[in-house]
Design a protein around this ligand. Sequence first.
Ligand code: PHB
Length: 390
Amino acid sequence: MRKSILTALAVLALSGTAFADVIKVGVVGPFSGPFAIQGKNFKAGIDAWMALNGNKVGDDEIEIVYRDVPQADPAQAKALAQELVVKEGVQYLAGFYFTPDAMAVTPLLEQANVPLVVMNAATSAIVTKSPLVVRTSFTTWQTSAPMAKVAKERGVKKVITVVSDYGPGVDSENAFKTTFTAEGGEVVDSIRMPLSTNDFSPIMQRVKDSGADAVFAFLPSGPTTLGFVKAYNDNGLAQAGIKFLAPGDLTQEADLPALGQAAEGLLTTFHYAVSHDSAENKKFVEAAHKAIGNPAELSFPAVGAYDGMHVIYKMIEATGGEQDAQKAVDAVKGMAWESPRGPVSIDPESRHITQNIYLREVAKAEDGTYYNKEIATFEKQGDPGLAAAK
Ligand code: PHB
């Protein structure tokens, strides 16, 4: 079975321009189940890109083929990626919300002659697993390190970290710890919880008992981030004066209506806020709102997908539609543009996106809705986590 798949991949790799007139892009993400809103955001970002830029590059028509992996499931992600390459003949793989799914696919890329454009998965090490990976999202190291600086500036001295126990959580914890300790702060305890944890009361008790004056937390955006922020409030941590610090995954816009007042004033650091004030973002939000249907659901995976499509269009243009994964990836090394999130570029060495990271505070708008308000900028951040990943 394995051998026949590999043979099929090799045949496809040699077939070069076999799919030159319709170029297929295989997108893997959570399109059903508890994380369906995140997958819906991939699709909204892709649709917004195509609405504004057309569905053709040169003479080639671009077709998106979606595959659903509802929760982190590396075996399923790998099987679907193989199917996309062998049966559907996709020339590009893209999407990937969860790190384990992206990691599982990297060993296929070279033989399949297919680049992987990661639109979300945020563990630093992913880009080191294959020279054919390009990432247009963020890393949790990139988004978490600035929060340690903010904490120090705001007089926080003792922090307890709480993260989901897998790649992006461990990176987030390490980023915060390394930076906060270097700034002279102290991390008094670090909790790693299983990805499936949904009862946070015992954890909130440990946070209270730790003597920390702030909790720094990372969980992947979805139902559990909502539960975690609610538990922080319901267990009286805010009243006890324990500050809440996190990357923006914990206050994604799609969760704010459900959190309501519980979110007001929360500080996060992140690469994208739907409220970002720029002409480029205005254009993007308008198109993405149309694509997603319910504007309140628009969130950060949409911008990772939108910029991912920008990169894929550039790859297709540079290869004239031919299947040459290395040439496609080389063509976007150093590529720089104005994203809806602000100025960005693809670092030629790591193939990860360099971008601004913003400090935001959840604020109440005049119409009574809540939003992430950008209040400070850390300019042109690379990924310090890559050094640790090697
Ligand atoms: C990941 O699995 O890499 C991941 C998922 C959701 C996030 C961040 C990282 O919000």
